[in-house]
Design a protein around this ligand. Structure first.
Ligand code: SAM
Ligand code: SF4
Length: 266
């Protein structure tokens, strides 16, 4: 699939839930979110059908995200079904790592290729503050479990305020270097203000080379994180929603006033 700016669209990011077991300061309000009613959230069967149709249209890279994907029941058998779709050459997951100690091996056995784990600091007190209550020890065990399970690469997503040389980021980089983990530094963004920059060591935020579509937990195909455009797979049909999203994918991101990281999946 090519969009109107001749970018090949080959990457689908799938948010399987808007729920999360953390409340990161930059992602969610403290009081939590008004969650989608269960009937609005796509079933795994519906998500699988969207992935199958998009793979038939040219998607070959899929990433599962959230909210926190590991809080949705039945994720491991779902991953096994995604992994069995012929044509997917790259299947990844983004997680906060809190539940990963338990799930890393089953996910690897189900056919997950790679994993990104979010970690902004290795100071347990600061971690608890940023995530409003998260236990760093659990994430560290989750990271180890992912490496032990043979997931490769294991990447660490670190949100930074100003620079990847700030103290927390430097400590995360050193932690990663010592353990054979790849660190990626993401400037904290504000979707509504349209403040975004490229991801250091990654591909996000580079509009000229953007190859992405997103599927929200309630079935909207979004052609751009920094735009309000979305196409409803239940109302319009899967193929039509994808075609329209690709056809109208903006040249550059501007701002998103209706969505949030926790329901689009970053
Ligand atoms: N819960 C999972 C996690 O935290 O990895 C997956 C979903 S989370 C929305 C995906 C990524 O978005 C995480 O790496 C998180 O740090 C990032 N993120 C959330 N809010 C952000 C913001 N305001 N600016 C930049 N990155 C953000
Ligand atoms: Fe949850 Fe991930 Fe958002 Fe943190 S960044 S609140 S872990 S969805």
């Amino acid at each position: 699939m090519y969009d109107s700016f001749n970018r090949r669209i080959s990457y689908l990011r799938v948010s399987v839930t808007d729920r999360c077991n953390l409340r990161c300061t930059y992602c969610m309000p403290e009081q939590g979110i008004s969650m989608l009613p269960h009937s609005d959230i796509l079933t795994y069967e519906e998500i699988l059908e969207v992935i199958r149709v998009s793979v038939a249209m040219g998607i070959d890279k899929v990433r599962i995200t959230g909210g926190e994907p590991l809080v949705r029941k039945g994720l491991v058998p779902f991953i096994a079904k995604v992994a069995a779709i012929p044509g997917i050459t790259d299947l990844g997951l983004t997680t906060n790592g809190i539940l990963l100690e338990e799930f890393a091996l089953p996910l690897a056995e189900a056919g997950l290729h790679r994993i990104n784990i979010s970690l902004d600091t290795i100071d347990p007190v600061k971690y608890k503050w940023i995530t409003r209550g998260g236990d760093l020890e659990k994430v560290l065990k989750g990271i180890q479990a992912a490496q032990d399970a043979g997931l490769k690469p294991v990447k660490i997503n670190c949100v930074i305020q100003n620079s990847s040389d700030e103290p927390d980021a430097t400590a995360v980089r050193e932690f990663c270097l010592a353990r054979g983990l790849e660190a990626r530094f993401i400037h904290q963004m504000n979707l509504g203000e349209g403040s975004f920059t490229i991801v250091e060591n990654g591909h996000g935020g580079d509009c000229e080379r953007c190859n992405r579509l997103r599927l929200t937990a309630n079935g909207k195909i979004k052609p751009c994180l920094f735009s309000d455009l979305e196409f409803d797979i239940r109302r319009q049909g899967i193929k039509q929603a994808i075609e329209q999203a690709v056809g109208m994918k903006p040249e550059k991101g501007l701002s998103n006033t209706t969505g949030f990281f926790h329901n689009i999946g970053g």
